[in-house]
Write a protein that binds this ligand. Structure first.
Ligand SMILES: Nc1nc2c(ncn2[C@@H]2O[C@H](COP(=O)(O)OP(=O)(O)OP(=O)(O)O)[C@@H](O)[C@H]2O)c(=O)[nH]1
Ligand SMILES: [Zn+2]
Length: 293
């Protein structure tokens, strides 16, 4: 039997089957016995070596290449860029959720950018202020609207040759934007991974392949998210704009709450935005309350 070894990306898993996208084709593959233990089995996003039988076109995954990162919900690996997608109106912008997701991705060391959607129905001044705010903090910010092909094109460039996730609250326009990037309407069947919370349907995680060799992960909209960060972890290190004051407060272990001579508090409204500081305090409280004894 003639075989051929190729490298590819797992775009979908279904029971014992793995769909591997190689340079030229999608190969339906099985995994060798050595991956049988579930923590070692291939996951969506995995870069794998696949041996293809010339006869039946089926593949066998023989090796999983080292992973760059592992995300829990949905369980995917090797995310090169995470887009946090938020609208300003319909639904209204929730900076608490945006900041929380930014902080979690800093913790997981996942490169993250922001997309503000539905720019057609929002005040331009408000959009510009928000864009400036997050750019000042150190994030790249993209704007999009289903009526703005140029915005979609710029976002599509970011997807090229990378695995990119789109996540954000329900209804902000993730699927609409992804459809634009893919140049096709995503049918309900194709977005079965977007199972609404609380429903009992199986959730499929799937990467969509773009024509510029990128992979897109559409994720179910969220309304809340748990801050799974150790109590001992220095939360302030996850706030990019706080970092430049690192070690400058009077006390080394300053939590930037009521301590005297705190550089963070001194710089609120100067280089530290009030909403970011307020969210910092909320997150600090949440981490304390999550503490396991
Ligand atoms: N005005 C305006 N409406 C939009 C835009 N993008 C999406 N919408 C509308 O917003 C609604 C939600 O869009 P979806 O693309 O389904 O949003 P989603 O983020 O995928 O939502 P979930 O699947 O619940 O996570 C739909 O009615 C869209 O037509 C936009 O750029 N401008
Ligand atoms: Zn301080």
């Amino acid at each position: 039997m003639k075989t051929n070894e190729l490298i590819g990306t797992v775009v979908k898993t279904q029971r014992e089957l793995y769909y591997v996208q190689t340079e030229d084709e999608l190969i339906t593959s099985k995994a060798r016995g050595l991956f049988r233990k579930s923590d070692q089995s291939p996951l969506v996003g995995d870069k794998v070596l696949v041996t293809v039988s010339k006869e039946d076109k089926g593949g066998y995954i023989t090796k999983i290449l080292p992973r760059k990162n592992i995300l829990k919900r949905p369980k995917v690996v090797n995310i090169d860029l995470a887009f946090l997608v938020f609208s300003i109106k319909h639904p209204n912008l929730n900076l608490y959720l945006l900041d929380k997701n930014l902080i979690i991705n800093e913790y997981l060391k996942v490169e993250t950018s922001i997309i503000f959607t539905k720019t057609d129905n929002s005040d331009i001044k408000e959009i510009e202020n928000l864009k400036k705010m997050y750019e000042d903090i150190g994030y790249r910010v993209f704007l999009s609207s289903i009526f703005d092909d140029e915005g979609v094109k710029i976002i599509k460039r970011e997807v090229k040759n990378r695995i990119v996730s789109f996540s954000g609250p329900s209804g902000v326009g993730k699927t609409s934007l992804i459809s634009k990037i893919l140049g096709k309407d995503l049918e309900i069947g194709e977005i079965s991974n977007k199972t609404k919370r609380g429903k009992n349907t199986t959730r499929h995680t799937e990467l969509f392949v773009t024509d510029n060799k990128g992979f897109i992960l559409d994720t179910p909209g969220f309304s809340s998210i748990n801050l799974d960060i150790d109590y001992d972890f220095k939360l302030d290190s996850l706030f990019r704009e706080f970092k430049k004051y690192s070690g400058q407060c009077k006390y080394n272990d300053c939590l930037h709450l009521n301590e005297p001579d705190c550089k963070i508090k001194e710089n609120i409204k100067n280089t530290i935005y009030q909403t970011r500081y307020d969210n910092y305090k909320m997150f600090l409280n949440e981490i304390k309350n999550n503490r396991r004894f």
